[in-house]
Ligand binder design. Sequence first.
Ligand code: DX5
Ligand code: ZN
Length: 217
Amino acid sequence: MSIVAPSLLAANFLKLEDECKMVNASEAEWLHLDVMDGQFVPNISFGIPVIEHVRKATTKFCDVHLMIETPENLVSAFKKAGADSIIIHYEVCANLHRNIQQIKELGMKAAVAINPHTPIFMLDDILADLHHVLIMTVNPGFGGQEFIPHSLKKVEKLRRMIDERKLDVLIEVDGGITVENAQSLVNAGADVLVAGNTVFSSADPKETIKKLKACSR
Ligand code: DX5
Ligand code: ZN
């Protein structure tokens, strides 16, 4: 069984409470929250005040994906807002090890995301410190984009690296995940499936979550 993390970016923002209730009643374990700054990515989404409210409405593990520059300035504010885990991008962190320790010291699970152009081997010396790795399977910034097929190879490589070292690190995939391609990602080694449009634009979101969850190795 996979861990499913519906991405709230694709929800109806006028009905966030109802959308949270739908996820609460579903088999999803995580709720994925995409924060964008208009600098690191060419889009702006939502931030701390919205997450504070979502926290009150959700019973799920809040996985906060920071697509922002200088995330270290805001991780403690996101902790206060209710984050259970924080994902920071490899591409913006000159002091990644320090930033990961900061997240852990605040009592959250720490994760690193890598863009489609960033090779897996860049994680070599940080992997053992992480709770999960997020492999971007589209370029970050927008929901509803098409899955980049080369990502599958990256998932396989990372799976091998984690297994060879007997580490307990989860692999999360994010972007363009569908009911059709989810199983191939899980076969390649993914543990956590982020899904925005696939869940929230489907006729029966809870049933779609169930289908994603049923993917297993
Ligand atoms: C994109 C975000 C994703 C996005 C995925 O930058 O990180 O989490 O919400 O959306 P879908 O599943 O629609 O591709
Ligand atoms: Zn995301």
